[in-house]
Design a protein around this ligand. Structure first.
Ligand SMILES: Cc1ncc(COP(=O)(O)O)c(C=O)c1O
Length: 353
């Protein structure tokens, strides 16, 4: 019953087989490998973006921070949701790699930026003088940190607010595959067609060992990415092993198949939790994560039965009254089984009887 994170699951067998396959003979280093040429062509085809510039790194934090560094100067303001990973979970990497840009956290229900909050922040930005950071970029996370998604219309609505100020738009797509699979749209509809300029496409949470693609739909914005990646120590010499992962992950739509599987498990978990007395969902389940509240006593029972998940209120502990509701985050991955979901729900229901 592993629901702690999609990072806790193994890499997909297809990806591991590709890594073993890539481990033969010599290959050009630092991204000049033949695998990378195929990955670039494949991602351009998948995204219907023949001009796109594609680069690989091994972590989502590097992908986001280096991408944002290409969009925002040191005196820039990057607008994002208050709970965005770039704002709250990257140890200041975006600020570090942009050499000081300020992340401006915005409110919004269920992990999605409220357009009114963005509008208000941009209005302040329009009045910025030499004493203030200058509006530089908008960053959206899809799927969001609350397990919800922005559909193409929601993305386009936020982009429309940023465009008059010529702000480029970044999408943290650590779970982009889950968002596409959840919405049922095409990758291009949820990215450049909705106005996204740079997408960090996450493979790691969806079956890769460690591989993320940074896709610049406007290649001119990628001009200094190569230097930034090298300077940051994120240019892999044995780059073929990054490329081999992404190539196998994309092949025959595996990336979307794995994401759809994770989403289906989360949907079943969400439905089961919503039907369990004493449990309330905190957010709609639209991708592969479930956020729900239930009493502390029930958490103790679930954890004692071997369930792995995180209490999501920062100050939540198991010490305290048994009837106090505590928020939990449960994440499903490509390897989560129907049996794990069923066992977990059975544990909770039996405790509530
Ligand atoms: C939404 C989101 N973006 C980016 C990341 C960063 O990934 P990494 O831990 O590989 O740096 C994560 C990781 O949890 C994430 O959830």
């Amino acid at each position: 019953m592993w629901f702690a994170s999609d990072n806790t699951q193994p890499a997909a067998p297809e990806v591991m087989a590709a890594l073993a396959g890539a481990n033969a003979g010599h290959a050009a280093s630092y991204g000049a490998d033949a695998d990378m040429a195929r990955v670039t062509a494949e991602l351009r085809a998948v995204f219907e973006a023949p001009e796109a510039e594609v680069q690989l790194v091994a972590t989502g934090t590097a992908a986001n921070a280096l991408a944002l560094a290409c969009l925002a100067p040191p005196w820039g303001a990057v607008y994002c949701h208050a709970e965005a990973h770039v704002n709250s979970d990257e140890c200041g990497a975006p600020e570090f790699y942009t050499a000081g840009a300020k992340l401006v956290p915005l409110a919004g229900e269920h992990g999605r930026i409220d357009p009114a909050a963005l509008d208000a922040a941009l209005a302040i930005g329009r009045g910025a003088s030499v004493h203030n950071v200058q509006p530089a970029a908008l960053s959206l996370t899809n799927a969001t940190e609350a397990g919800t998604v922005y559909d193409p219309d929601a993305v386009a609505a936020l982009v429309a607010l940023a465009r008059p100020m010529r702000l480029p738009v970044h999408m943290d797509g650590a779970r982009f595959a889950n968002a596409v699979a959840g919405i049922g749209c095409s990758p291009s509809e949820l990215s450049w067609k909705a106005g996204i300029d740079v997408l960090t496409l996450g493979g790691t949470k969806d079956g890769c060992l460690a591989a993320e693609a940074v896709i610049f739909f406007d290649p001119s914005r990628a001009r200094d990415f190569g230097f930034r990646r090298k300077r940051a120590g994120h240019l892999f010499s044995k780059h073929r092993f990054l490329a081999a992962q992404i190539e196998a992950w994309l092949a025959d739509g595996l990336w979307l198949e794995l994401a759809a599987r994770a989403n289906a498990r989360a949907a079943a978990l969400g439905r089961g939790l919503a039907a369990t007395p004493g449990v309330t969902l905190a957010h709609p389940v639209e991708a592969n994560a479930v956020f729900a509240r239930w009493p502390r006593g029930l958490h103790k029972a679930a954890l004692a039965a071997g369930a792995e998940y995180h209490l999501w209120d920062f100050d939540a502990t198991l010490d305290g009254p048994d009837d106090e509701p505590l928020l939990a985050r449960l994440v499903c991955g490509w390897s989560t089984t129907e049996a794990e979901v069923a066992t977990f729900l059975a544990v909770l229901s039996s405790e509530m009887e």
